[in-house]
Design a protein around this ligand. Structure first.
Ligand code: NAP
Length: 273
């Protein structure tokens, strides 16, 4: 029987998830449909109830519903509990299971495609919204020498640090403190690139040979990546993270780990960095 899945977001028209999951399913010989659904901003729970009633097996969740999804779940993975965010729902007879795959998606892309083992690196996460919250735990699990979170609004960075109070390598910084520090991996987890803006990151934060990673994709060379390249850093956008987080969700639902490189190449050919 055809299994039904959806991506829930508002807006959702731009989402590449249907294309990614269709490609994974073709390769794995799994019969499924995967469609875009745009719940009203105040209608996430009602929409999920409708999908369950219609026999959907699960859904991915994107902006701005990841916290709503977290609250709606009756069971959550440890990493979803840590991040207080859910991007993968599975509907079962018992209720709704929730997982978050953004963090592992980022770590796999940085360590795999970008070829940087995170263990022992000095890592800077710029931004403290939902995306930063989702990736902090998996980044810590990858054993960096240090993980600093810098955000325009310091209180939000401090909130994330508090979630992992046992992690001595974790700290919060103001953007103003950044000129005093250098990092081997600098991740832009702000939404600044979506509006072609640059978070106030000085070029001096990039240590020699650093990797600069912008979670945003489909925007070409963002101001952040341009700054990093001019400071001599290697650069990557977030397209690989998108494909890897989808692969982890696919594994969650189907127990099959899809090959990500062909799908990444296909999407990259449509959306050059
Ligand atoms: P969010 O919850 O709205 O958080 C936005 C963050 O950006 C906040 O920390 C905010 O700072 C900061 N910010 C916004 N404009 C800024 C500016 N001009 N200068 C400095 N900081 C600025 O968004 P999110 O869910 O965390 O998503 C962040 C980005 O990650 C989005 O662009 C999203 O597309 C991307 N993302 C990519 C993937 C992927 O698979 N590649 C997955 C998830 C998310 P304040 O706290 O001070 O407001």
């Amino acid at each position: 029987m055809t299994q039904r899945f959806a991506i829930l977001g508002h807006p959702v028209a731009h989402s590449k998830s249907p294309q990614i999951h269709a490609a994974f399913a073709r390769a794995a010989g799994i019969d499924l449909t995967y469609e875009r659904v745009e719940p009203p901003l105040d209608g996430f729970a009602v929409t999920v109830a409708r999908l369950r009633a219609e026999g959907f097996r699960g859904a991915n969740v994107t902006l701005p519903f990841k916290v709503d999804a977290f609250r709606l779940c009756t069971q959550r993975t440890r990493r979803a509990e840590q991040a207080e965010s859910v991007n993968t729902l599975e509907f079962t007879a018992q209720g709704i299971e929730g997982d978050t795959t953004d963090g592992i998606g980022l770590v796999r892309d940085v360590e795999g495609r970008c070829g940087r083992k995170i263990a022992g690196l000095r890592v800077l996460l710029v931004g403290a919204g939902g995306a930063a919250r989702g990736v902090a735990g998996p980044l810590l699990d990858a054993a960096p020498a240090r993980l600093a979170i810098a955000n325009r609004t310091l209180a939000r960075a401090l909130d994330i640090v508090q979630l992992y109070s046992e992690a001595s390598q974790l700290s919060a910084l103001t953007l103003g403190e950044l000129p005093q520090h250098q990092f081997d991996l600098v991740i832009n987890a702000t939404s600044a690139s979506l509006s072609d803006a640059l978070p106030l990151v000085p070029p001096s934060v990039f240590a020699s040979g650093a990797l600069a990673y912008d979670m945003v994709y489909g925007k070409g060379q963002t101001p952040f990546l341009q700054l990093a390249a001019s400071a001599g850093a290697q650069t990557s956008d977030g397209l690989g993270m998108l494909v890897e987080q989808a692969a982890e969700a696919f594994h969650h639902w189907h127990g099959v780990r899809p090959e990500t490189a062909p799908v990444f190449r296909l999407l990259r050919s449509e959306s050059p960095a």
